[in-house]
Design a binder for this molecule. Structure first.
Ligand SMILES: *[C@@H]1O[C@H](CO)[C@@H](O)[C@H](O)[C@H]1NC(C)=O
Ligand SMILES: *[C@@H]1O[C@H](CO)[C@@H](O)[C@H](O)[C@H]1NC(C)=O
Ligand SMILES: *[C@@H]1O[C@H](CO)[C@@H](O)[C@H](O)[C@H]1NC(C)=O
Length: 609
């Protein structure tokens, strides 16, 4: 990694289009894009990763590069008389330092985001968890993308008038610039009910009964229905919309854009209706093309529409390849200035402050648990075991438990920065504890939380899955649905850069990364990767802090991360533990959060050379 100053970057703009600290992409064999009358680029679940991935070459392009890319693709398709539409389907907020570490959150992010031209943009669930986040969405993002932001099933209490109003227009009809394709577009959110009460999410099945929706789909002058949504590609919600439209139009093409599951996915509803999901965290730019559509002036070609999809790895090597340009000709002025804006924001937020240097990669699910390279093994046996100590408890033997979902990303060998902290642990969870809990009861609770014991009741599987990271939940569900063999061993995601590369005869390399299986087969990824193994990890892990003080035999201080208290209340019942976790627990290590514990440990233990 070159420590390049922003000043240098602006002297040699074309060389440093990605973030200065970003690794150079690695050349790899690529599948081309196949264009059609109408083309799309799609992002979803970016969660603030607009700086790209600074530790992973496969995903090292930033939002500025994406702006250049979409501009160049638009130039290219328009030169052929075709059209391009750019789509984003939500969860733009929460999950990286660029969003979370400003006060108020997101001030830099909104400003960076708005420079991209987006034709249809929608809200995810993360935009709605907190009152001020959804208000910010209404006042800033909806305003910045006026005419493009759609909210078919979200209402919000307006902060000034207190009136319940649509977050954005329900739908829109427009005609594409060059082809004259008449599009009716909607913007949906899945049936989400974890939102704060200043917004109302109407279940999709109810929305499609509404008069305005029925009227919109009765329109006869339509060449394509476009449904952008923070909704899984394979979902009851999209199936319901598909059925409703098919009732009114048995053959009009329908294109869905999907999100929320953090996966690459492509669903076939019928030969004229498809859904594309484009991953997460700025790892993937989804590409779609449709050919053979009717237009305002021409009936469709006899053979009916042809749909093509591609998942583009978000790096400059892919971008140069698909545009046929190079580091001189690729970047646009707007793209470069947005890369600079991101660099300035990262610098103002001090995201490059270094706490230490990780001596190795630590994975969430690329190795089994426990394992010397598992981030969870590291947490329980090194970080928690040596850091948790409440002075008032002396040397009381202690067991501390946390949920694996408290960690959100892998740790890469090399600099461990403030940005790393925000990406791996964006929550401000603190610790609580209960005294004198029998050790065997703690173990029983762990078994319940990790579903190693059969229990019936409110503690449904689904509830417990909330303890794992969302990617872990979604990937497993997806793999199981796809009928893949062993759910504990799964193929998927992220590329890995510190592995030997196998050179091919054309000089390119096969690097580990996405190998996507979807309804159209296994040729969707632009970059040909070798697959990465993924392992299922438990919902919760535990650290033992051996003491030597005299406590009742066989009892321990039971320390836990506060997020899991509601789960302990339930699990405690099944372990027959007579403890009221809400009343009987006390603060442990007052004022210290999980994030503080990790930072302190790294500062003490991971020196940089
Ligand atoms: C919402 O409020 C919290 C707590 O005051 C604050 O930390 C956060 O920055 C606010 N978020 C936004 C988007 O304004
Ligand atoms: C929304 O929740 C808050 C508590 O967080 C409560 O005070 C308020 O009355 C609720 N509003 C509505 C409309 O239910
Ligand atoms: C308990 O452990 C501390 C160090 O953690 C040690 O100084 C002390 O001597 C030990 N006490 C007993 C009774 O073993």
């Amino acid at each position: 990694m070159l420590p390049v100053l922003p000043v240098l970057a602006s002297l040699f703009p074309s060389v440093f289009a990605a973030q200065p600290a970003a690794p150079a992409p690695i050349s790899a064999p690529l599948r081309d894009l196949e264009y059609g009358q109408l083309n799309f680029l799609h992002t979803t679940d970016t969660h603030g990763w607009l700086a790209g991935h600074l530790s992973e070459p496969s995903y090292s392009a930033d939002w500025g590069d994406y702006i250049s890319f979409s501009t160049r693709i638009r130039e290219k398709v328009e030169a052929q008389g075709q059209d391009l539409l750019v789509i984003d389907t939500g969860d733009r907020v929460e999950g990286s330092g660029l969003y979370d570490s400003s006060e108020p959150k997101g001030i830099y992010l909104s400003e960076i985001l708005r420079h991209q031209h987006i034709d249809v943009i929608t809200s995810g669930n993360h935009e709605l968890y907190q009152k001020n986040t959804s208000i910010n969405e209404l006042l800033t993002t909806v305003t910045n993308f006026r005419g493009h932001y759609l909210a078919s099933n979200i209402d919000i209490y307006h902060p000034v008038t207190q009136e319940l109003v649509p977050l954005a227009p329900r739908y829109k009809k427009f005609t594409t610039k060059l082809q004259g394709i008449r599009v009716v577009a909607f913007g949906f959110l899945f049936n989400f009910n974890g939102n704060y009460n200043n917004t109302i999410v109407q279940p999709v099945e109810e929305t499609i009964q509404e008069e305005w929706f029925q009227e919109a789909i009765q329109d006869k002058e339509v060449d394509l229905f476009l449904i952008a949504g923070h909704v899984p590609a394979h979902s009851p919600e999209y199936r319901a919309i598909f059925r409703a439209i098919r009732k009114a139009h048995w053959a009009t093409p329908i294109q869905f854009f999907a999100g929320h599951q953090h996966i690459r996915d492509y669903a076939k509803y019928d030969s004229k209706a498809y859904a594309l999901a484009s991953g997460r965290f700025m790892e993937t730019i989804g590409f779609m093309s449709i050919d053979g559509l009717s237009t305002s002036t021409r009936p469709s070609a006899g053979s009916g529409p042809v749909f093509k999809r591609r998942y583009i790895d978000n790096n400059l090597f892919s971008f140069y390849h698909h545009t046929g340009l190079d580091e001189e000709s690729f970047p646009t002025e707007e793209g470069l200035s947005v890369s600079q804006l991101i660099a300035n924001a990262r610098s103002a937020l001090q995201l490059d402050v270094v706490y230490g240097c990780a001596p190795q990669n630590l994975w969430m699910s690329r190795v089994p648990y426990p394992h010397p390279d598992s981030v969870y093994t590291w947490l329980e046996s090194e970080v928690l075991a040596t850091s948790l100590k409440d002075e008032s408890r002396g040397d009381t033997p202690t067991v501390a438990i946390m949920n694996t979902g408290g960690i959100r990303f892998d740790i890469f060998k090399g600099q461990f920065t403030r940005d790393t902290v925000w990406t791996i642990s964006p929550f401000s969870n603190k610790f609580r504890y209960v005294k004198d809990v029998p050790y065997d009861k703690v173990q029983l609770i762990m078994e319940v939380l990790n579903k190693q014991t059969k229990i019936f009741s409110e503690l449904s599987e689904e509830t417990l899955d909330n303890l794992a990271s969302p990617d872990q939940q979604e990937h497993i569900e997806h793999v199981l649905k796809a009928g893949n063999e062993d759910p504990s061993l799964r193929m998927n995601g992220d590329s890995l850069h510190q592995v030997p590369l196998s050179k091919r005869s054309d000089g390119t390399s096969i690097i580990p990364g996405y190998v996507t299986q979807d309804d159209a087969g296994s040729d969707g990824d632009d970059t040909i990767h070798s697959p990465i193994k993924m392992y299922q990890v438990p919902n919760c892990i535990q650290a033992h802090i051996a003491g030597n003080a005299t406590t009742a035999p066989g009892t321990v201080d039971f320390v836990y991360i506060e997020f899991i208290e509601p789960f302990l209340v339930l699990a405690g019942k099944y372990a027959d533990l007579n403890v009221d976790f809400v009343k009987d627990s006390e603060v442990y290590m007052s004022g210290v959060s999980m994030t503080d514990v990790i930072i302190n440990w790294v500062e003490k233990n991971w020196e940089c050379e």
